[in-house]
Unconditional design. Sequence first.
Length: 377
Amino acid sequence: MSRVFDDETGGHGGDLAYAARQWNPADGKLLDFSSNINPLGLPPGLIDHLRKALPGIVSYPSPQAHELRESLSRFLNVPRERLLLGNGANELIHLLLLWRRPRRVLVPAPSFSEYERAATLAGALVERYPLPPGESFDTASLGKKLEQGDLLVLCNPNNPTGMLYRRQELLPLLDAAAECGAEVIVDESFLHLTGRNEESLSDMHDRRLWVVISLTKIWSLPGLRLGCAVGPEDDVHEITRWGDPWRVNTLAQKAGIYCIESKGYLEKTLALIKKERVFLTRRFRETGAFRVFEGFANFLLLQGLDPDFDVADYQESLARQGVLIRRADNFCGLDQRYFRIAVRKRPENLRFLQETGHYLKNANLAESAGRTGGDHK
């Protein structure tokens, strides 16, 4: 059986180097459904833009990424004084936890493992609260658990379930935090890929609220790393004054400004994700072998319906054919029947469905497995 969790990486998807060594795919290439990045790839022209910017790496980056902060301020419609930029959203989550040093951190389960890792590194007690796939979210009960010195983390939409929580559902949590002296971090890393920006809390001027956004995922920049946090102006000023002034490298700054100015890119992205998420959901349900959870993000959480379904075996079978999925059995509360897949372009999705059909047929897990194959649209 292949690994489930790596202490160094947190068990995340997108580890293509390891996957290539482990499974030696047939053509030497991997189609990556394990990481949730913009399916359109890089905005057109970005590579040439960065190539021209390469000579600039002999100089220090612009401190605190001033030009990029100005562009992001307009893009997100938030004051630049409330913006903190970093080397990806995950770096900012760790930074905020280490800076605030909360007494106790409440983290959703299942959800992104870095919340718990960051809380542990910051020396906090960690308490999980349930956000099970397909079930409603009880904000009242969660609000009652908050105490002074706590920090509550919420992922919206949640990873790996894809569930989106409306702004009005979350506001009572901010009220509860204010009453007891707790703080809240809302990770909106996938929100811009849902087309539901009206549910964001980034416009709220709440001294106990931080909103974290992954720009890596929006613009397909996982190798460069870029993210931002929107927080209280005084706190942003303090971190900016005393923190590392060069968290964002030169190329990442150049890429961010370029991506913000790319016309039509996000509109095309949202149209593609919406269409292909519906397509993948329907086709996987047609197999009779999987439960597909309703979601709004650029990924889907699935569960094998047969009790004998083993995601490790499924992962290995697909990986040897050059298709990589994200096992979800290392998420709290999910077992060996769960996995997560990214929403990609139609030819790639068809290839994935075809390989899944072959696997189901060989494993005798669904009578209708053959219906996943084929080229019909």
